[in-house]
Each structure stands twice: as structure tokens, then as C-alpha cells.
Design a protein around this ligand. Structure first.
Ligand SMILES: Cc1ncc(COP(=O)(O)O)c(C=O)c1O
Length: 395
């Protein structure tokens, strides 16, 4: 077959490939980015399903508007204003098939082959998978404990002024994979840069509800005075990833373009689950469930942090996230985490090697550990196994 040129840029996500190796139920996997199945409100959903079928059966089983179910958009608008201080009207929001679809559709309307986009280094692998189909070049900006280094961003934008830079993709709150958040100063700086250089920001807040103490940082969207931010969020981390429900907020023009792109992709998002989600949010069940999820994940994070402290060798360091699902570990330079993966699988423990998240190929001695989807009593054992492999390799 004569495949399109773009398929040369479409690489299978390394994570998905690696995780196939870890389907063995005896493996303690810190690899995937999945919520705990214990976070799913199965009992409530069962009741809501009946209510939806009783009250809206035919409509819930029908095609729906590409923009999404209006009552769901209305409850999301209300909730976003309450939780993230984001204001928008019905013409500025579209329901999508997961926030993953936003990454694809926004790329579709923005990127010509050879254009440049700015990403954090490391960044969410699934975003790179979505972007790659549209053949962009990447400008990678290093992360530290305060998120993306905005001084480096400014320098690189200055140096590449003549290049077509289409957008800046950022996960500023409890980032995947590092778990860190962009500091308030850098949030301001990033918005100033976007305005000065006239470059839109795609803000992905997939993890902002998973907060473990204090207040979450303000969303970039709520601070945006010059209409530079396109905002995406999801119900995957606080309700169900199987529902595949996300959304995107932007000005009416960009939302119209995304709607047209979505028509070509899937006509509309699953109406049945949109009805269920609307009931779940409107009835306040979501606000009862989220504190429980936060408590569970905070406990798991603490177990993992304590285990790292106890078992990992000197010369290793890791992030101490106040939210999200991940800890990012940096090991002594001598260790290549990709090379060590087969040893880990043999020892029945899994992680994702850090270079998978870095479009510039850096991060050889780093790894991402997920803490949300491992039983409490297995976390320390998994960390101990990893530590033994690392210590062996350091000899
Ligand atoms: C940062 C980030 N954005 C987007 C997604 C996509 O999530 P979904 O399509 O389930 O909303 C994920 C999933 O892990 C993620 O980590």
C-alpha cells in the first residue's frame, strides 16, 4: 500500500507498547497513567443509567449535536466558574471524546507540516502522538520544580522569530509526567510571552482536580486578558476514563473551527454518557466523590514518597507533587532507564522510562512512576524491587 507521508511521523506511543509487556497480573505496575478502579462510582452510575433511560431514553440513544449536549455544557460552565474561575458562554465550549480528541482536533486546525510548536520537556506522550500526525517540529522547553522554564521559552522564541510557531502546549497544573505545577510568577510570564509573541497557549488541565493540600494554582485561562488561551479538561481522572468525555473552551472562532474538524472525526460525542455525566455533576455526586479520590491518592503518594526515601540510592532525586498521579525520578547519570526496563519486568515491576516523554531525546536517566493505580500494600514492595535493580547497576 502507498501510505500517506504523514504515517512516517506517526509512531506508536512507547508507553502503550511497553505496557503490553506488563499485562501479567503479578507485575507491580507504576507504568500506566490510570485512575484507581476504586475511584469509579459504579453504584451511582448504575442508578443514573436507569434514570437517563427512563427520562431521556430515545434522545440518549440518538446522534447529538457536534458541540455536545447543551445541558452538560451548561453544568460544566457553571462548575468551571466555581472551581477554576473560568467564564465562558455556550458558544465557547465543545464536548469532546476525551481531552485527547482536543489535542488531535486543535493540531488539525493549527499545524501545517513543518510548523513549530512549543512543548514542555518532558511532556505528555499522548500529546506528542496526537501532534506527530500533523508533522510539526518541536521547540522543547526544560522543566524544573516550578514548571516550564519561561526564561528559556522567551530566549528560544526570540531566536526562532522568523519560524511559524503555532502554539505552546502546557500542562501547568500537576503535570504529566513530572507532577509539578507552573509557579504563579511563571504563569504571569507565560501569558505575557504569549501576548508579546502573539502565540496561542493550549492549556491542558487534566489533573487540576486531584489536589492534595492547600489551594490549586489559578488556571492560565482565568488569568488570560488577551484571549490567548485555549483550555481543555476531562472527566477521565475524576469520574471515568471509559466514558471518554472531555471538553475545550476558547473564543467562538476557534471553537467553530474545532466543531467543523470534529464533524469529520466522529460527528458527535457519545450522547448516552453525556446524559449520565450531566446527572452526575448536576446532582452534586461529583463533589462528594472528588474528596474521596483525593484522600486515596494522597495516601498512595505518601506511601510512595516514603518508600523512595527509604530504598532509593544516594544520588537519586524525585518530585514531591501536591496533586496528580505521578512522581518523576532522576537517577545518577550512569543509569539508562530504558536499558534497565527488561530487568524490571523480570523482577515483576514496571515504570515508564523518561526519554519517552522528551521529544529532544533527553531524560535517559529519568523515569515516571504512577501511584494512583497500585494497591497501597504493593507500593513499597515495587519501589524496593526498583531500588535493588538500580543499586545493582550502580556497582
Ligand atoms: C495531560 C493529559 N492530557 C490529556 C489526556 C487524555 O485524557 P482523556 O482523553 O482521557 O481525557 C491525558 C491522559 O492521560 C493526560 O495525561
Amino acid at each position: 500500500m502507498k501510505y500517506a507521508d504523514r504515517t512516517n511521523f506517526m509512531k506508536a506511543s512507547e508507553i502503550r507498547e511497553l505496557l503490553k509487556l506488563t499485562e501479567d497480573p503479578d507485575i507491580i505496575s507504576f507504568g500506566g497513567g490510570m485512575p484507581s478502579p476504586k475511584s469509579f462510582p459504579v453504584k451511582f452510575v448504575k442508578k443514573i443509567v436507569k434514570k437517563v433511560l427512563d427520562e431521556h431514553g430515545p434522545q440518549a440513544l440518538q446522534y447529538g449535536p457536534t458541540e455536545g449536549l447543551t445541558p452538560l455544557r451548561e453544568v460544566l460552565i457553571k462548575r468551571m466558574e466555581k472551581t477554576r474561575n473560568i467564564k465562558c458562554n455556550l458558544n465557547q465550549i465543545i464536548i469532546t471524546t476525551g481531552s485527547q480528541q482536543v489535542l488531535d482536533l486543535f493540531s488539525k486546525i493549527m499545524i501545517n507540516p513543518g510548523d513549530y510548536i512549543v512543548v514542555e520537556c518532558p511532556t505528555y506522550v499522548g500529546a506528542l502522538t496526537a501532534f506527530n500526525s500533523y508533522q510539526p517540529n518541536y521547540i522543547s522547553i526544560k522543566m524544573d520544580k516550578n514548571g516550564m522554564n519561561t526564561d528559556e521559552l522567551e530566549e528560544k522564541l526570540k531566536a526562532n522569530k522568523d519560524k511559524p510557531i503555532k502554539f505552546i502546549y502546557t500542562i501547568p497544573t500537576f503535570q504529566n509526567p513530572e507532577g509539578v505545577s507552573l509557579s504563579p510568577e511563571r504563569r504571569k510570564h507565560l501569558l505575557e510571552i504569549a501576548e508579546t509573541y502573539d502565540i496561542p497557549i493550549l492549556e491542558d488541565e487534566a489533573y487540576s482536580e486531584l489536589l492534595y493540600s492547600g489551594k490549586p494554582p489559578s488556571s492560565l485561562k482565568s488569568m488570560d486578558k488577551s484571549d490567548k488561551v485555549i483550555y481543555t479538561h476531562t472527566l477521565s481522572k475524576v469520574l471515568s476514563p471509559g466514558f471518554r468525555l472531555g471538553w475545550v473552551v476558547g473564543n467562538e472562532e476557534v471553537i467553530r473551527k474545532i466543531a467543523i474538524a470534529k464533524q469529520g472525526a466522529d460527528l458527535c460525542t457519545n450522547m448516552f454518557v453525556q446524559f449520565i455525566a450531566k446527572e452526575y455533576i448536576e446532582s452534586g455526586l461529583i463533589d462528594k466523590q472528588i474528596p474521596k479520590i483525593r484522600r486515596m491518592y494522597k495516601r498512595k503518594r505518601n506511601i510512595m514518597l516514603n518508600a523512595l526515601e527509604k530504598h532509593f540510592p544516594e544520588g537519586s532525586s524525585w518530585t514531591k507533587p501536591n496533586g496528580g498521579m505521578f512522581i518523576w525520578v532522576t537517577l545518577p547519570e550512569k543509569i539508562n532507564t530504558k536499558d534497565m526496563f527488561p530487568d524490571a519486568v523480570k523482577a515483576k515491576v514496571a515504570f515508564v522510562h523518561g526519554a519517552a516523554f522528551c521529544p529532544d531525546g533527553s531524560g535517559q536517566n529519568t523515569m515516571r512512576l504512577n501511584f494512583s493505580n497500585t494497591d497501597d500494600d504493593k507500593i513499597e514492595e515495587g519501589i524496593k524491587r526498583l531500588a535493588e535493580i538500580i543499586k545493582e547497576r550502580l556497582k
